[in-house]
Design a protein. Structure first.
Length: 213
């Protein structure tokens, strides 16, 4: 938040785009950009959301129309980071030939492709007519769908922990984004073959490093 404040007050710019997160909707009853966003400061899991919302507030308090906010969904692409849910799943599958999900099969999230994000962010920053945009697929993909696709594509065994919690987020409203820039056309299920291929290449290159020394 301090860095955002310094940038807004000290830098000269033609456009400023803050990258926020659709996680700010986790306690909301809708996901439109103008939805009221409740938080519980005493809940440690809300700390991330509060920092994002504080940054957004700094931006939106400034009346300059060229200061905007993009709320990103769960981004996936080549070499997806191991710290993310999808990255952990792919790493575990490649290492073990099977994946154990710690959340229920009914759990579901919105996933947006990195290629869509890279295409949209410069356009939003330069020409967006609104102050806030959800950058998301607009449809959730369930853990069950991911598990089935991994078995189909890679032959991995998949299972779910007994009494695993269900984390099912509301679908992200992309009406504003779609009307102005067109749909992101993100489809995690369809893109999983490419993700598996790049993850396998990364695994191989890591294991071969000692041979190049």
């Amino acid at each position: 938040m301090g860095l955002v404040a310094r940038c807004l007050s000290e830098l000269r710019f033609q456009s400023f785009l803050l990258l926020s997160s659709t996680r700010v909707y986790c306690r909301a009853n809708a996901t439109h950009e103008d939805t009221a966003l409740p938080t519980v400061p005493a809940d440690p899991s809300d700390l991330y959301n509060l920092t994002k919302l504080a940054g957004e507030a700094l931006c939106l308090a400034n009346r300059r129309p060229d200061i905007r906010v993009a709320r990103l969904s769960n981004v996936y692409g080549a070499n997806v980071p191991a710290e993310t849910f999808l990255g952990q799943v792919l790493r575990e599958g490649h290492h073990n030939g099977e994946v154990v999900f710690r959340q229920s099969a009914a759990s579901a999230k919105d996933y947006v492709s990195l290629s869509a994000v890279v295409r949209l962010l410069p356009t939003i920053a330069a020409a967006g007519r609104q102050r806030i945009y959800n950058v998301a697929a607009g449809d959730n993909t369930s853990h069950a769908t991911i598990a089935d696709r991994l078995t189909e594509l890679a032959g991995w065994g998949t299972s779910f922990d007994t009494d695993a919690p269900t984390l099912r987020h509301l679908p992200i409203d992309t009406t504003r984004l779609d009307a102005e820039f067109g749909p992101t056309s993100s489809n995690l299920s369809a893109d999983l073959p490419a993700l598996l291929a790049t993850a396998q290449e990364h695994q191989c290159s890591q294991s071969m490093r000692h041979m190049a020394a």
